[in-house]
Design a protein around this ligand. Structure first.
Ligand SMILES: [Zn+2]
Length: 307
């Protein structure tokens, strides 16, 4: 593939409702600034720029359901190259090192523990005396699964990256086929989680549907994506982080995240509060906010129950 231009494929239907009523809200050439400079500031193994600089990108909105997404995405063979040569092992380590401040790591562990507490509470009605069976799809190195495991959950993870599976903190399976062969999948899961996954995948609705098949009726779905509210193009670094044309190919806002889950057979629920803190003022503040707020501002971290 050396010296070649990367191949892109066109998505002609809305990734959420399937409509063809799409309008481009922003477009350009990948090699033009400011996108070029944002791409060049990220850590890469082999630089993707020679392969992609002449390619056009187009960020579209569906006129029927308001879902936004990149219309032109890398062809499958090039996605492979993206995740092996461009986002190399070293580049990924560098990227994690840049993100993993001690405080950031503490916050993520806290949030993971809060999810565990909520999931335990919200699945009591469907599991009798069984341990919580949870599936984390796109689990990365398995940080969330490791927390689940500490709490006695039967935690299963799927990640496509061989790197992450090799260095994962728990056993991680490569795909749904491997998962379906396990006894846990046979019994069905009480909860499935997809943290920072749906923005990356070509067909997010199909993924939600196939994950949904493994969730028991009344079971939970927990989704989290970047919030692309107000993002109308790639002008700033924050825009780029939200709708990176190689990585974040789908842009969700609270309403579209909710509608895609509904289309896959799930209903939104109130996740309730969980407190993981040694600071009582912090817990009190959260509770007061919950009591007086009642209508918590919708975010792109949402809980659902399977119909
Ligand atoms: Zn649509």
């Amino acid at each position: 593939m050396t010296g070649q231009s990367a191949e892109f494929v066109e998505r002609t239907h809305c990734i959420n409702c399937g409509s063809t009523h799409l309008t481009d809200i922003a477009s350009g050439r990948i090699g033009d600034n400011p996108l070029r400079s944002f791409l060049e500031s990220d850590p890469w193994g082999e630089s993707p720029m020679p392969y992609i600089e002449n390619a056009e990108w187009a960020y579209a909105r569906c006129e029927d359901c308001q879902q936004t997404f990149h219309r032109r995405i890398l062809a499958p063979a090039w996605v492979q190259k993206h995740y092996t040569d461009w986002v190399s092992h070293e580049a990924m380590q560098q990227f994690s090192a840049d993100q993993n401040t001690p405080e950031g790591q503490f916050q993520r562990a806290r949030e993971n523990a809060m999810h565990v507490l909520r999931i335990e509470k919200l699945t009591r009605g469907i599991r009798g005396g069984d341990a919580v069976r949870v599936l984390d799809f796109g689990c990365g190195y398995g940080d969330f699964l490791a927390v689940c495991d500490c709490f006695g959950f039967e935690a299963s993870g799927i990640d496509f990256s061989p790197d992450r599976r090799r260095e994962g903190r728990v056993e991680i399976l490569p795909d749904m086929v491997a998962l379906k062969a396990t006894a846990r999948a046979e019994k069905g899961f009480h909860a499935a989680t997809l943290f920072q996954v749906l923005e990356h995948v070509t067909e997010p609705l199909n993924i939600l549907k196939s994950v949904g098949e493994l969730v028991l009726p009344g079971g939970l779905l927990v989704l989290e994506t970047p919030d692309c509210t107000g993002v109308t193009g790639i002008q700033t670094l924050s825009d780029y982080r939200n709708i990176h044309p190689l990585d974040h190919i789908n842009g969700f806002v609270p309403a579209t995240l909710c509608s895609i889950a509904q289309r896959a057979g799930f209903d939104p629920i109130d996740r309730g509060e969980a407190h993981v803190t040694a600071d009582w003022k912090r817990a009190a503040k959260t509770e007061v906010k919950r009591l007086i707020g009642r209508f918590r501002k919708p975010t792109t971290q949402q809980y659902f129950r399977k119909r």
